[in-house]
Design a protein around this ligand. Structure first.
Ligand SMILES: CC(C)(COP(=O)(O)OP(=O)(O)OC[C@H]1O[C@@H](n2cnc3c(N)ncnc32)[C@H](O)[C@@H]1OP(=O)(O)O)[C@@H](O)C(=O)NCCC(=O)NCCS
Length: 203
């Protein structure tokens, strides 16, 4: 039995997967990262040209992007990169949350949604790589059961999706998601009522 409680978040935005047409929003989000965050995200100093090429590659290679939106702007992203053709290759995941919405549970929310997505695709393990000094990402990965080991200035680890999700990290809805779901239920209820009692409905 799984008695864990879902991810707690103070975030007020919504989370959803980007369609291929929306992937330029990933580029805009990554370009907004400040230099230190860019460095942490890509484990090195990179320029805007790199980000533009990187985002274009995500469109062409089938990367899945789960995005956190606030006021219509993507402020956080979780990327699920397909494994390459080698038999030992694992799908790789990466995260970025803009500084203005950090430490509110957005990274955790994106992580839990990405795990759901990966399970739905029947992946059994995910790989994560981050800079050895990246305390925030190490804490986030650790929370989701990753054991990171240090090598060549990088921390690398994997998440075994066959194991139960650690307590407190199940996917949940943000307040706005929950409100939308409620509105959907209300709409469905009124549609059913109208069908029964409205014009042409049951008498
Ligand atoms: C790593 C990152 C995605 C975390 O996003 P976030 O929205 O702040 O994460 P959360 O608020 O969900 O926090 C997750 C956990 O990490 C911990 N944490 C977050 N930032 C931390 C920091 N700077 N130092 C130590 N722990 C930190 C939180 O306390 C939380 O643990 P808790 O739930 O037990 O309290 C964000 O800092 C980021 O985008 N950094 C720059 C890009 C990057 O480093 N990407 C990783 C490369 S894969």
């Amino acid at each position: 039995m799984n008695d864990a409680t879902p991810v707690e978040t103070a975030a007020r935005g919504t989370v959803r997967t980007l369609s291929t047409k929306e992937l330029p929003l990933l580029r805009e989000h990554l370009l907004r990262l400040d230099p230190a965050s860019r460095h942490d995200r890509f484990n090195g100093f990179i320029d805007s040209g790199f980000i533009v090429r990187y985002a274009a590659k995500c469109v062409s290679d089938g990367t899945i992007v789960v995005a956190y939106f606030e006021d219509g702007v993507v402020r956080g992203a979780a990327e699920l990169h397909q494994p390459d053709l080698s038999p030992v290759s694992l799908p790789e995941i990466a995260f970025s949350v803009e500084a203005c919405v950090r430490r509110k549970g957005v990274g955790s929310l994106l992580f839990s949604r990405l795990i759901e997505k990966a399970r739905a695709l029947n992946y059994q393990k995910l790989r994560i790589t981050t800079g050895a000094q990246n305390e925030a990402m190490r804490a986030l990965a650790h929370k989701f059961g990753a054991n990171l080991t240090f090598r060549h200035g990088e921390s690398t680890g994997s998440i075994d999706l066959r194991k139960p999700t650690p307590a407190g990290t199940e996917a949940t809805a943000t307040p706005v998601d929950a409100m939308r779901a409620l509105m959907g239920i209300n709409r469905a209820w009124w549609t059913a009522v109208m069908k029964m009692y409205g014009p042409g409905g049951a008498t």
